[in-house]
Every structure is written in structure tokens, then in C-alpha cells.
Design a protein around this ligand. Sequence first.
Ligand code: SF4
Ligand code: F3S
Length: 106
Amino acid sequence: TYVVTEACVKCKYTDCVDVCPVDCFCEGPNFLVIDPDECIDCTLCVAECPVEAIYAEDDVPDDQQEFIAINAELSKQWKPIIERKDALSDAEEWAKVKEKRHLLER
Ligand code: SF4
Ligand code: F3S
């Protein structure tokens, strides 16, 4: 499966949603996750994300490992998002911030 990581927090550009052939992204207030039971590993979303938040599970950086469980957990709680929408306001500013996982709203 593929995994959305910290870079997405407070940006939520949603370009990834448009290309997913199985609509497996789910949306929270300021983050998206991928449902690991639905992702077919097509890789298409990776290049779409302007902040490079998406990794193959096996390639998730060491400091982002907790997002594997976060995607699995929150995809069971959040609703699917199937269409691209505007990024969050201030997304460009938050795109420069590395440490922001504590701001993830559930
Ligand atoms: Fe969807 Fe493909 Fe990305 Fe998985 S890898 S989330 S199937 S676009
Ligand atoms: Fe997030 Fe990147 Fe998608 S910022 S919403 S993973 S395009």
C-alpha cells in the first residue's frame, strides 16, 4: 500500500485524489489518508503531490513510520474523498514546515 505522511498536514492539496483509480483516499479536517485495504499500488498519486507526502509503505522514511498506522486507523474513521478541491488556506506556508504532525486534526 501507499502512505500519506506528515508533509500533507495543513496543506491537503488533494491533487492525489484525482488520479487514484480506486478512490481510496479518505479526508479529515487537515490531512488525507490512504485506505491500505483499497490501494492497489498503482503509484500514480506519488508524483501528483506537490509536497511529496506519499510513499510506498516499504519506502516510508524512518521518522515517518508512525504514519503507516495513522493511515490504517483514520481511513476506517474518515469518509472517502473522490474529487479534488482547493488546498487549505496557507497551504503554501505550511508546505515549508517540516514538523507539524502534532497539528493533525482527527
Ligand atoms: Fe490510489 Fe494508486 Fe495512490 Fe494507491 S498508489 S492511493 S491506488 S493512486
Ligand atoms: Fe496531501 Fe499531497 Fe494529497 S498534500 S492531499 S497527499 S496531494
